[in-house]
Design a protein around this ligand. Structure first.
Ligand code: HEC
Length: 735
């Protein structure tokens, strides 16, 4: 059945199946610049183009930009928030986890709304949704928080109690699974608003037994569920046959945790769906498992599937597409064609006809390596776009080892590891031995990293080159399920240490020097930001733990600073992950194995595509990594960026950086830096561009610690200075 399906898809050379609405005309669907003069929507507009038609700031005057105002974000946490601006009001996330309304011309605070905590404190970290009624009298904000969706009055900041159950809806309900079996379900990305609907994706987790990533649309007034699109098809729905029978009851993931883009003129929402779980071993989910790793085009009013295109069959690499699909209109074979372009983790840009899902240039199924894991059946082929060229490096060997920041000893050791790893190129399935994944599962493009000039066919992709080394084992890595989320912070930190750190650094935190350093007095010896960075991304032999967020790391630091503040036994989560039997008897796990520092720079780039011709116009390194400062290297690209660009009708691209904490303006024609400024803190996320009283502003969220410039093999860096976290607006001097 599955083989037949694949043959059919190969024969069609496009993998797209049209299930209706094919008669739509796109003649008037051009999202010309007129709609891009405000920033009342996450990423600028419904089409998520990160584009502003405002032209006051241009190439000739960008050097004159100065700080118009800055607003302290409360000095507690790092945010990666794309502010939205409605009229004179700006909405940001600040003060721990509150929605704060600011005067967009002065930064003066108007009100603060703290969403109700349901114990876990998951938050929407990337942005917020805004809706208003046709007469403009009813104005609402929607914020996902703690697995609920809250509706807030955008004028006053008050909870709207008539929405859902007293102002919020429980996102764990209605997925056909026991809510107690779910850890996290809400996404950190806000979703999309269309007519009177709010459409949301989810973050289902990556492990066995996670819930399905159904896309859901709720009525903005009542909170009633209006439609659900089953991303894992139920019996009778198309695509059901691409999964083993009955797995729809237990299979999970296949979710939109990143961004969706909406074509307002046709009412079609374009949603990139992620990998099925578990990410790296799929013996219990054999087949192509639609609609995993696919772009689905849904009727935004009804949730009905119009077409889909699958980028990865039977994902074993965590290659979920995440960045906003870009909706552009290009010149193609003498015609104006409405397209959708999706940037992926594997470094390909997939360019499809927006009405039908047919590729603009051929995408060919090519043979890829087989899996040697027990019970596993990797797909024999994967789709490879012939055009445009990829934006990221897609292979890595010892020849590409970092000649700079690794020491000679490390280089020799990594040479052995890389030479010994299974390394058969893109789509090499993870095995029981070290397996090289390039781009790794955090490589290529990710949320927030695409932008375009929709009417002129140019698209910009931020991308990272990061190898990962995967190795499947029978033992599970530590899980958030183990943690007592409601415990006092030091107690929570003690549990994190117990489950995540103790097996290497020891019960007494003394490590095993020199191979494993002692963590006694670690915060004062290494500095809190170094510890956070090392724990997030790993360091050489130490694996990274990307699931530990800012709050959890804060608790861990409190414990490491003063272990006596957490007396008594180690507490556990008290919530059990779903039982073994649910996903089949044999399970394997691997760490994410990210190794950002073993590959030669540039570690990240910005690529400009001309999609009229299907070519790369230019590609430049994205910033200077402080990690390479000891080697006096410039233009290395920062490591593991979490930054997205905004582009303007006046020929500029603005983008800030994490780690080094800079804000830059690039020339759209050449990729040259035209202006650069040091921010008081590092920045993550996407800036916003807006206008109040005829003055154009650019606002950035600068709330993350900068990376210290540490001399290699030198003494540990001094304790970092306090971070001045704020939202900062730039504008031209007042005349
Ligand atoms: C699998 C073993 C392992 C685990 C688990 C582990 N570490 Fe490590 N850790 C190491 C090794 C090995 C190093 C030394 C890395 C190097 O410099 O080569 C290290 C280094 C460190 C450093 C020193 C960084 C520096 O700048 O020199 C810190 C801080 C640290 N670990 C904290 C933690 C914390 C906190 C946890 C738990 C969240 C943890 N580690 C979990 C093995 C581990």
């Amino acid at each position: 059945m599955i083989a037949t399906k694949r043959a059919l898809i190969t024969a069609m050379l496009c993998g797209a199946v049209i299930t209706g609405w094919c008669a739509l005309t796109f003649a008037d669907s051009r999202q010309g610049p007129a709609v891009h003069t405000t920033w009342a929507t996450y990423l600028g507009s419904a089409d998520a183009s990160h584009y502003s038609a405002l032209t006051q700031i241009d190439r000739s005057n960008v050097k004159q930009l100065e700080v118009a105002w800055s607003s302290d974000s409360g000095n507690e946490r790092s945010f990666e928030f794309n502010p939205i601006i409605v009229g004179r009001k700006m909405y940001v996330l600040a003060k721990n986890t509150a929605v704060v309304a600011l005067d967009a011309a002065t930064g003066r605070e108007l009100w603060t709304h703290q969403p109700a905590s349901m114990g876990k404190r998951f938050e929407v970290h990337r942005g917020i949704n805004y809706w208003q009624s046709e007469d403009g009298l009813d104005r609402r904000l929607f914020i996902p928080f703690d697995n609920h969706l809250e509706a807030i009055n955008a004028e006053t900041g008050q909870l709207i109690e008539s929405f859902g159950d007293g102002g919020r809806i429980d996102l764990k309900q209605g997925l056909g699974r026991d809510p107690k079996s779910m850890y996290q379900i809400q996404s950190g990305t806000p979703g999309a608003v269309f007519a009177d609907l709010i459409i949301v994706g989810s973050e289902t987790g990556e492990d066995y037994g996670s819930p399905p990533g159904d896309i859901r649309a709720y009525n903005v007034r009542t909170g009633n569920l209006v439609w659900t699109f089953h991303t894992i098809p139920h019996p009778g729905e198309p695509g059901y046959e691409t999964w083993p029978a009955d797995t729809w009851r237990t299979a999970g993931g296949t979710n939109c945790w990143g961004e969706m883009s909406l074509d307002q003129s046709t009412g079609i929402v374009y949603i990139p769906l992620g990998s099925p779980t578990y990410d790296f071993y799929g013996a219990d989910r054999k087949g192509n498992t639609l609609y995993s790793d696919s772009l689905v085009a849904l009727n935004a009013r009804t949730g009905k599937l119009i077409w889909y295109y699958q980028f990865v069959h039977h994902d074993l690499w965590d290659y979920d597409p995440t960045a906003a699909p870009q909706l552009l209109t290009v010149e193609h074979d003498g015609k104006r064609v409405a397209i959708v372009a999706v940037a992926s983790k594997q470094g390909f840009l997939y360019v499809l006809d927006r009405a039908t899902g047919a590729p603009l240039w051929p995408i060919k199924e090519r043979p890829v390596p087989a899996s040697h894991m027990p019970g596993e059946e990797a797909s024999p082929t994967q789709p490879f776009p012939e055009k445009p060229p990829p934006f990221a490096r897609q292979s890595f060997t010892v020849a590409g080892l970092d000649p700079y920041i690794l020491t000679a000893t490390d280089r020799a050791r990594w040479k052995k590891v890389v030479e010994g790893a299974i390394n058969q190129g893109l789509f090499t399935p993870p095995g029981l031995q070290d397996t090289l994944e390039m781009p790794g599962n955090r490589g290529g493009s990710n949320w927030g990293m695409t932008a375009s000039d929709p009417a002129h066919g140019t698209m910009y992709v931020v991308s990272m080159d990061i190898p990962a080394i995967l190795k499947n084992e029978r033992s599970a890595p530590p899980s958030l399920w183990n943690l007592p989320m409601k415990a006092e912070p030091p107690q929570l930190g003690k549990s994190i240490y117990h489950f995540y750190c103790q097996r290497c650094h020891g019960a007494e935190r003394t490590g095993a020097p020199p191979a494993i350093p002692s963590l006694v007095d670690a915060p004062s010896r290494f500095g809190p930001d170094t510890i956070k960075g090392v724990v997030r991304y790993g360091l050489k032999d130490m694996p990274g733990f990307p699931d530990l967020d800012d709050r959890l790391l804060g608790s861990l630091l409190l414990y490491l600073k003063d272990p006596s503040s957490a007396p008594g036994p180690v507490q556990t989560g008290g919530e059990a992950p779903p039982s073994e039997s649910e996903a089949g008897p044999v399970r394997y796990w691997t760490g994410y194995g990210l190794q950002p520092a073993i590959i030669s720079p540039p570690w990240s780039t910005i690529t400009a595509y001309d999609l009229n011709r299907g070519v790369i116009k230019w590609q430049v390194p994205f910033g200077d990594a402080p990690q390479a400062a000891a080697d006096k290297l410039k233009n290395t690209g920062i490591m593991l960026p979490r930054n997205g660009p905004v582009v303007t009708a006046s020929g500029l691209i603005f983008i800030a950086t994490k780690d080094e904490g800079k804000l830059r303006a690039y020339d759209q024609d050449t990729g040259k830096v035209l202006w650069e400024v040091n921010l008081p803190a590092a920045s993550e996320g996407v800036p916003a561009i807006y206008e109040v009283d005829g003055r154009e502003y650019l606002v950035v969220c600068a709330t993350s610690p900068k990376e210290a410039e540490v001399p290699r093999d030198g003494p540990p860096p001094p304790t970092a200075e306090p971070v001045h976290r704020s939202y900062i607006a730039f504008a031209l001097p007042k005349k």
